[in-house]
Design a protein around this ligand. Structure first.
Ligand code: FAD
Length: 412
């Protein structure tokens, strides 16, 4: 895993360069884009963990989203489409595996047909290729699916975003950037021409700072003077693993028609990953810790922040039925399975095992709405990426390009 052996983190005063806080996929993609835009400007990434990409960036479904779902014109729609293209090219160039397996979104009930039709319309508005399928055509793509209709997305692919992080870090370092792992950013002080950065190692100075801190984004922004009435609320997503000798039941990606109702989660789906393993999930339940290493881990400060925030309760009140269903299915494996059996009936209880989990960093507004789009805010020479939920891994190189542009604007 790339990390700098140079623990002296001071940056030349002549040209201080840009510091990126957070060595997840978006922070690393931002460093990559900053170096692309100006190869002579020093770039330093600070990652508090001992490796890059250990949080959301390596605990996800691994799907390169084609861009079907997102509101036309939104950052998600524009940056997922362009970002996926750029990331696939990056992976091909740097030996990161991409499997172009496509995906079917399946309707199992006539009540879902309207949702499927709307999804096709939205995909086309976003410039994403989709093909309507009847039941027989669904079976041609996924022989073990039982559905009345479907939508085929040939552009959906899978990769290993953890490996993407490693490759990005290696390229950043090869181009003269520094990726310092095990360094915690404690405090940012914008003094006009220069930003002072207090870290767990030496202090730094930079011309500009970009913060891509995932689950800590709102706290860091608030501490550096940005008005953030919203709060990051952590949602755990857990997967089931299909037994390897049953993996043939799934060829690519199989998704239900999304439920809608203002929730961005895509429903329990099946994903054949780059290593051939099939994961089922993820669900979405409140997490007790923003950076949880175990599914039931509780960080008292995080839990107090979540439960002490009116937006959490308003969100729960608005989607009580969905929230209760998610908690129920989280506890009762058979309940999750029933969801999946609705469209892949041959998967039985003995075919699945509990699998890994990831924690989504989701910005929630005080009125209880999930902030849907990617959100960038800043003051002076500090830029904060406040909301980067899925498909931010797919879109990382586009987000990084936008953040690099923002730095150029702010530093003249
Ligand atoms: C369950 C789940 C499934 C998902 N599936 C998909 C998918 O299939 N496709 C897709 O495109 N996206 C998916 N996503 C979303 C995607 O993983 C995230 O949007 C993306 O990884 C966000 O990257 P990031 O760099 O912003 O955050 P992170 O990966 O969380 O990185 C933030 C980094 O900042 C560091 N940091 C924080 N504070 C400090 C500090 N003070 N000093 C130094 N470092 C600090 C952290 O240690 C961390 O490494 C999924 C996410 C989850 C949780």
């Amino acid at each position: 895993m790339p990390s700098s052996s140079n623990r002296r983190v001071g940056v030349s005063r002549r040209r201080r360069g840009v510091v990126v806080v957070g060595g997840g996929i978006v922070g690393l993609a931002t460093a990559y884009r900053l170096l692309e835009a100006d190869p002579d400007r020093p770039v330093t990434v600070l990652e508090r963990e001992s490796r890059v990409g250990t949080h959301q960036s390596s605990r996800n479904s691994g799907v390169l989203h084609a861009g079907l779902y997102y509101p036309p014109g939104s950052r998600k729609a524009r940056w997922a489409v362009a970002g996926k293209r750029a990331l696939e090219a990056f992976c091909d160039q740097h030996g990161v595996p991409v499997v172009r397996s496509g995906k079917v979104v399946v309707a199992v009930d006539p009540s879902e047909l309207e949702g499927l039709r709307r999804l096709a319309e939205r995909a086309r508005t976003n410039g994403v290729e989709v093909v309507e399928l009847d039941a027989d055509q669904v079976a041609e793509h996924e022989p073990h699916v039982s559905a009345i209709a479907g939508l085929w997305s040939p552009g959906t692919a899978v990769t290993d975003f953890g490996r993407v992080c490693e490759a990005l870090a290696a390229v950043v370092q090869a181009r003269g950037g520094r990726v310092l792992t095990g360094v915690v950013m404690h405090h940012l002080d914008d003094r006009g021409e220069v930003v002072r950065i207090a870290t767990s190692e030496d202090d730094l100075e930079a011309d500009a700072v970009v913060v891509c801190a995932g689950a800590q984004a709102d706290r860091i922004a608030r501490a550096s003077g940005v008005d953030v009435p919203e709060r990051i609320v952590p949602f755990r997503g857990s997967w089931l693993r299909l037994r390897p000798d049953r993996a043939h039941l799934v060829r690519g990606n199989i998704y239900p028609v999304p439920v809608g109702g203002g929730l961005p989660f895509l429903g329990v789906h099946l994903t054949r990953r780059v290593d051939g393993e099939v994961w089922i999930g993820p669900n979405a339940v409140l997490a007790g810790a923003r950076d949880a290493a175990r599914p039931w881990q509780v960080d008292p400060r995080d839990l107090a922040a979540t439960l002490g925030f009116a937006g959490t309760w308003r969100l729960g009140g608005r989607h009580l039925d969905v929230a209760a269903g998610e908690v129920w299915r989280d506890a009762v494996l058979r309940a999750t399975l029933r969801r999946v059996q609705a469209y892949v009936p041959r998967i039985g209880i003995d075919d699945v095992r509990r699998g890994p989990f990831g924690v989504r960093a989701q910005l929630v507004s005080a009125d209880g709405a999930l902030v849907d789009d990617f959100e960038v805010r800043g003051t002076g020479r500090i830029v904060h990426l406040l909301n980067a939920p899925s498909p931010a891994a797919t879109a990382s190189l586009s987000i990084g390009a936008a953040l690099a542009d923002e730095v150029a604007t702010r530093t003249g």
